[in-house]
Design a protein around this ligand. Structure first.
Ligand SMILES: C[S@@+](CC[C@H](N)C(=O)[O-])C[C@H]1O[C@@H](n2cnc3c(N)ncnc32)[C@H](O)[C@@H]1O
Length: 396
């Protein structure tokens, strides 16, 4: 089943209230989901050769599937009139196990409705970058559901293990993980990240290249209990991006793809031809000689602390688009600027990026905008629909 038509039908019900079939057919043609005239066209079907519209059959089949999933219901006593259920409006719709459905596609990629393990098991080409923010092991789960702390390491490594089959030599696995997990009832931070790193090394054979710090200056205050109330912790301001590879010497990451503009002071130093003095600093760790730092370079190397606010234009545009579409807001969107920097640093242009926990499809947007191919999937239909609309709109 293609999700395009499924999504269009659900979209119509979500926006229309009570919707008679004839009105639905008209809207589907008007929005280009079905070819004009297709509902009138009849062809002989089955042994009897009776004439039927294939387009109506397809829509009927989708209606029955949606009914079985509890997304639409018949209006009593009105033939051929359906409406979206409260569940369709209020809840997230999880994919059925082992079923992956093509949600949408672009020039460079495909968006899939399916569980991460099912999406990964179907990838049959070399992947240069797995970039993802898996659901965090939060004590108070988000709307999209989160594994508990005790099962978290197993959940992530079991998801990653099949990736080893498709990862290209030197390919990168980058995981955005939270810093905000504490031992229950205690200001002691959980060591789940350290356990995760060791498990990924042992079970998946991946080498840790670095732990990037994503400093988010607009992160909400926290941890409330241990920083704001008990004052034993400082306010949290960062998350981590752990990045691994299967071959450190061939790693595909390349900082020349994400050079930063020189600072004014650096620019002036280069113009002056570099240092003029001899100096030995830090007990010999740093030596200066005339001409040091005088070479003109294309830019300065990005530091491994990434200073990016999550309150960015892309997030704001996404929120208003989500509201306008009547879809649930996503509660954990990565700033597009961060995703773009990571995609460009880790993955050469034209190669394949995969995000199996795609959420609002930020990785997909970053890959598309920077000329990488991509396969991204999410377990929840509503986020795949959101991703579809996000990919259809202009980059922001
Ligand atoms: C932290 S969010 C990802 C956010 C994303 N990076 C963005 O910028 O929007 C994690 C996502 O994983 C999805 N998810 C949870 N369990 C999943 C599973 N087993 N398979 C696929 N997706 C899953 C959730 O629906 C959620 O959207």
């Amino acid at each position: 089943m293609q999700l395009d038509l499924f999504a269009a039908v659900l979209d119509e019900y979500l926006h229309a209230g009570n919707l008679p079939n004839e009105a639905l057919y008209g809207s589907l043609c008007a929005r280009g989901a079905v070819r004009p005239g297709a509902f009138q066209q009849r062809v002989p079907i089955g042994a009897s050769g009776e004439q039927h519209s294939l387009a109506k059959r397809r829509v009927r089949w989708i209606q029955q599937t949606m009914r079985a999933m509890g997304l639409i219901e018949r209006i009593p006593e009105q033939r051929g009139v359906w409406r979206a259920t409260a569940k369709a409006k209020a809840e997230l719709t999880p994919a059925q196990p082992k079923v992956v459905i093509l949600g949408f596609h672009t020039e460079l990629g495909i968006g899939i409705w399916g569980n991460a393990a099912d999406v990964i098991s179907r990838i049959d080409q070399p992947v240069s970058l797995f970039l993802t923010s898996p659901p965090y092991p939060l004590r108070q789960p988000r709307a999209y559901g989160n594994p508990g702390l005790s099962e978290y390491v197993d959940f992530i490594t079991a998801t990653l293990e099949p990736i080893m089959r498709t990862i290209a030599p030197g390919g990168v696995v980058a995981l955005n993980v939270t810093n905000d997990i504490f031992v229950e009832g205690s200001p002691e931070r959980s060591t789940y990240r350290e356990e995760l790193v060791l498990a990924i090394k042992r079970r998946c054979g991946l080498a840790l290249m670095d732990t990037l710090i994503w400093h988010n200056p607009s992160k909400p205050p926290g941890p409330i209990q241990w920083a704001s109330k008990q004052r034993m912790q400082l306010g949290v301001a960062y998350e981590q991006v752990l990045y691994f590879t299967n071959d450190p010497h061939q790693c595909k990451a390349d900082n020349r793809r994400v050079l930063q503009p020189h600072s004014e002071a650096q620019r002036r130093l280069i113009e002056r031809g570099g240092e003029k003095r001899h100096a030995i600093n830090a007990d010999g760790a740093y030596r200066l000689r005339p001409g040091s730092y005088g070479n003109a370079t294309a830019g300065s190397i990005q530091r491994n602390v990434l200073n990016i606010s999550h309150n960015c234009p892309s997030q704001r545009a996404l929120r208003s688009r989500t509201d306008a579409l009547g879809l649930p807001r996503h509660g954990a969107v990565m700033p597009l600027k961060l995703a773009r920097l990571l995609v460009e640093f880790f993955c050469p242009p034209g190669e394949l990026v995969v995000d199996p926990f795609a959420g609002s499809f930020t990785t997909a947007r970053a890959a598309e905008d920077s000329g990488r191919r991509w396969i991204c999937g999410d377990k929840h239909l509503e986020y795949v629909l959101l991703g579809k609309h996000r990919m259809e709109s202009a980059p922001s």
